[in-house]
Write a protein that binds this ligand. Structure first.
Ligand code: AHR
Length: 518
């Protein structure tokens, strides 16, 4: 919630990292380096984030067992079924900024007796705590996702965190575990990740990195003693180009965490005070949205270089536990609810960001889209008993084949897509291999040109596509509505040919194509 402007020389770095080379004309080539394929793409890169913010949890996920909206134990059924399709590996909760105001004891026990609180960061609305620890951890079990709890460091205590850990994970005869049993849950849950605060440089307490590093050492010491072996402690990391935070926290506390977080939001205008509409935008904002999203690559290079300095063995992973495009809220909604539509541009932002994460898969081992339902770059939007899947949802579904696959490095030659004085490579792509199948994902970022891509697959002995899918739309700002839910949705892709070692693909403007090759 406190963000700096990022000044970077994007193209220079994209060219220097060897994945892109300039090419004239509207043709592109992709070479797959099968012999260099060794890095696993951790499934957790496809993680999610659900905060008590606007209509993400309430209305979006949870309607309560007495609702008229069809539900399973209080979770809306339509949303639950759609989320199950994504193979969600990990879910982060309860915030966000909310996490540092959250006192977990208010969210357990009979729902009618739970105290209420004011959600100070998100519109000062009344939070009735009807969705708490049991509701969250049961949801994770239903989805088959690992739980990632963000502990309250900003306004909480070490004791509060310890008792939460005991409540969730202890099988002993101790007061916290017995309280959980009394509240209806005999067995402890598995909690794999514990975050030590959120945005502690901003809404989590406006701390200096030095002060936070000391707090991290303190909280992490006790988290380690009380949690099961193998639990991952996530230190609160930086945002944007605030490299000093990463530097200080790594220097002082690298030995006390298994992962460090990082946040980066795409602002198409590069101006937090005037973010622009999610759907009413021209080519200038289309291209600048993609340009701003591509900065993730440069920023990860910068932060990873600092981590490498303090931790050359790579013991501390980097978790991008908040990312996505942030636009103005939809008109006539509470601006603090961060409810935004989702367009074809956002689908491209998702695909190119996954391509970036895959390239950094050695250090980037988790990422959590902000957020799951009804908030920011959501998978799903709801209204009453209606639900619509967003273009971003379809990218998550298309790209899920990459979860736990081995990344295949690529060399891409591509033309630039230039709008006025802004240029970006027109093609973004990724490849991976799992169970003998090769997945290739390609995005044409150009607003008006078809690009022919020749993929050199000569060393891979690949001859057929078991599956070929495209996501495109009538316009780059097209989106799905409750009335027209399939304007931007995947369909079978037919425009490809195999000729002796080359796969030729015709990519329409603003499109994402994936192929599963055998
Ligand atoms: O995702 C919305 C907010 O963005 C989160 O609460 C906070 O961590 C970030 O500033």
């Amino acid at each position: 919630m406190k963000h700096q402007t990022v000044q970077v020389f994007l193209l220079a770095i994209l060219v220097s990292c060897g994945t892109h080379q300039e090419k004239n004309g509207m043709n592109s080539t992709i070479k797959l380096h099968f012999n260099e394929a060794e890095q696993k793409i951790q499934k957790d890169i496809y993680g999610h984030f659900a905060e008590h913010l606007g209509r993400c949890v309430y209305d979006g996920i949870w309607v309560g067992p007495d609702s008229d909206i069809p539900n399973y134990r209080g979770y809306r059924l339509d949303v639950l079924n759609a989320l199950k399709e994504l193979n969600i590996p990990v879910l982060r909760w309860p915030g966000g900024c909310f996490a540092d105001t959250y006192h977990w004891k208010d969210g357990v026990g009979p729902r009618s007796e739970r105290p209420k609180l004011i959600n100070v960061f998100w519109g000062h609305v009344l939070e009735d705590n009807s969705f708490g620890t049991h509701e969250f951890l049961d949801l994770c079990e239903i989805l088959g996702a690992d739980a990632y709890i963000a502990a309250n460091v900003g306004s909480g205590t070490v004791r509060e965190m310890i008792e939460w850990i005991e409540y969730m994970t202890s099988d002993q005869n101790i007061p916290m575990a017995n309280w959980r049993r009394k509240n209806g849950r005999e067995k402890p849950w598995n909690v794999k990740f514990i975050g030590i605060g959120n945005e502690s440089w901003g809404c989590g307490g406006n701390m200096t990195p030095q002060y936070y590093a000391d707090l991290l050492r303190q909280y992490a010491t006790f988290a380690k003693e009380y949690m099961k072996e193998g639990t991952i402690r996530v230190g609160c990391g930086s945002y944007g180009d605030y490299v000093e935070w990463t530097d200080v926290v790594m220097e002082k506390a690298a030995a006390h965490m298994e992962a460090l977080s990082y946040h980066y939001y795409t602002i198409a205008t590069d101006d937090w005070s005037a973010k622009s509409s999610a759907t009413e935008f021209d080519e200038d904002l289309y291209s600048s949205g993609l340009y701003q999203a591509l900065k993730m690559d440069v920023l990860l290079h910068e932060h990873i270089a600092v981590m490498d300095k303090h931790d050359p063995e790579g013991k501390v992973a980097l978790y991008v536990d908040e990312w996505g495009i942030w636009t103005e809220s939809e008109p006539e909604t509470n601006p603090k609810f961060l409810h935004q539509q989702n367009s074809m541009r956002d689908a491209l932002i998702a695909s190119l960001t996954f391509d970036i994460f895959h390239r950094h898969a050695k250090r980037v081992q988790m990422a959590n889209i902000a957020q799951m339902v009804n908030v920011l770059q959501a998978m799903i939007l709801t209204k009453g008993n209606q639900m619509v899947l967003t273009p971003t949802y379809h990218v998550f579904a298309m790209y899920k084949e990459n979860q736990d696959a081995i990344h295949i490095p690529l060399t891409i030659t591509a033309p630039y897509y230039t709008f006025e004085d802004r240029s970006i490579p027109a093609i973004s792509a990724t490849a991976s291999i799992k169970n003998g199948k090769v997945f290739i994902g390609m995005s044409n970022l150009h607003a008006s040109e078809i690009i022919t891509v020749d993929v050199d697959i000569s060393t891979g002995a690949l001859t057929t596509a078991a599956k070929a899918t495209i996501i495109t739309a009538p316009a780059f700002n097209s989106y799905n509505t409750f009335e027209a839910p399939d304007v931007v949705s995947p369909t079978d892709f037919l425009n490809y040919t195999f000729t002796s070692g080359t796969l030729r693909i015709e990519l329409p403007p603003f499109s994402i194509v994936s192929l599963e090759l055998e």
